[in-house]
Design a protein around this ligand. Sequence first.
Ligand code: M6R
Length: 605
Amino acid sequence: MCGIIGIASNKSVSVNIINALKKLEYRGYDSAGLATINKGRIDEKKCPGRVEKLEKILFQNPSEGNLGIGHVRWATHGVPNEANAHPHSTEIVSVVHNGIIENSSELKKILEKEGKTFKSQTDTEVITVLLTEKLQNAEPLEAVFKTLGLLKGSFALGIIFKNYKDFVIGARRGSPLAVGYSNDENYLGSDSYALKSMTNKISYLDDGDVCILSKDEVKFYNSNKDKINKEIFTLSENKSEVNKGNYKNFMIKEIFEQPITLKTCLKEYIDKIREEINFYNLPIEPKKIKKIVLIGCGTAYHSCLVTKYWLEEFTNLVIETDIASEFRYRNNRFDKNNLYIFVSQSGETADTFAALDLCKKENLKTCSVVNVVESSIARQSDCVLPIHAGPEIGVASTKAFLGQMLVLYLFSLKIGEVRGDLDNKKYKKLISNLKNLPQLIKETLKEEQKIQFIAKDIHNSKGSMFLGRGSSYPIAMEGALKLKELSYLHAEGYPAGEMKHGPLALIEDGLPVVVIAPKDKYFEKTLSNMQEVIARGGKVLLLTNSDGKVISENIRFQIDLPSSDLSLTPFIFTIPLQLLSYHVALFKKCDIDKPRNLAKSVTVE
Ligand code: M6R
């Protein structure tokens, strides 16, 4: 997955391209590049590494030109080096690409047989070479359509042409692409976020669309080459200027923002006077739902797993969860009376989008839980439930996870009540309990110092395990994901009761084992599983809410978290796990906001 930008203007574009690329770095940051049309030729500059490095290159050797494209890369084909960085240019055309060309090897073989040569190992370069060939006897728009007809896979493209210094061409299939409008300047970008500091007037390309972007106008064509009009959206509040404030990095800022983001979300959904949850426009009447299927990737998938426990508690519905990349290829038993819920912070995750698209094609009822309301997933689903967490910049998802869980918790209560599965008195009580949630999170955050101490103790370990039962099991998985993602320390999240069926063999002297044991119906059982770990030398960090009571002398660390209604423990018990992964990564001097090999928004399969 990568980020692309294109600008057609009446003034020099390179500074704005660099600024937009910095915003797009959440999509990929292993190399960066740009190309402009300058004095009748293509001026291409690129490098492995961050946009900052590209900026320094431009400082030494500026790129002039009123028309340009830019790119940040997350490698799919070929290692991150200068040759594989985008743009990919020949003397007459330059291309930036987000997505994957699935038939690139076949096309490359054919082109090589014809005597064409390649400078990189990327799939994208076949597009450049094909376009160069087609441009010999076609105008740019026609050459683009001819080239697109040969490509299999997904793409969002930005293309400039040496002999046409007035326009950029954009094209979309599978990967998102937005257009922004301003005075004497128009833009192309992977998302509206990258364009927000320049404009709040946005249109979105649909699959198969192509656009021609000049400084004064934007023309759109559908896949049949017919000219089409696009709706122009005015983006809500300008959230583009996110900064770290006094925090060291975005992740820790976002962790500490959680009491506020949860409060905002509660305000959006709860009618305080009537003590009622407001959900509008669900695509299916709750009483008619046969089954709910929850789908997501990574952290978003973990929020689906927690929700399964809530929905099974508050309703008598059948609940299914799936990882989007599995769901999209399974032989699903689709049913028109099912509700399919897609969970995604970015709303752009390719696997989740493809799973949603599959459901749309089957005419199924869909709903999305997203942070970015202008995203592709939000726009494609029948109903959108925003999490109101504000921009999440750190690659590791923190406040979005709590936001997803909160919206899905409210959803579970509401569905339970409307269906008559959840007693109205209990429903009102659970709503009323929620007003304490932001404060409970605030108190839990006070444990940071203790966690810092634990992080110091374990940061050199060679592995770790996270155990829980019931809804604490997905929380254990989330804790493990956070730790491996941020600190590159091996971590496994496991149902505590499963240890004896194999993973117990991993326990050896000093192995850190985080045990998540709120005082719920699993408490005693989890403690027994914990003792089995201690007996084999495991170094246990117990997270519980036993009001300071020492559970066992053999526990290395015990942290007591605030007590709450038991259904709220997933929110509270996530906090120390976020802090633990953060501090371990800090001790290991890892790049907190941009962990190696990852990207914030995974827009390829
Ligand atoms: O934007 P999404 O929520 O769809 O992203 C899904 C995953 O890629 C994401 O949650 C990933 O697992 C995070 N980096 C985890 O911290």
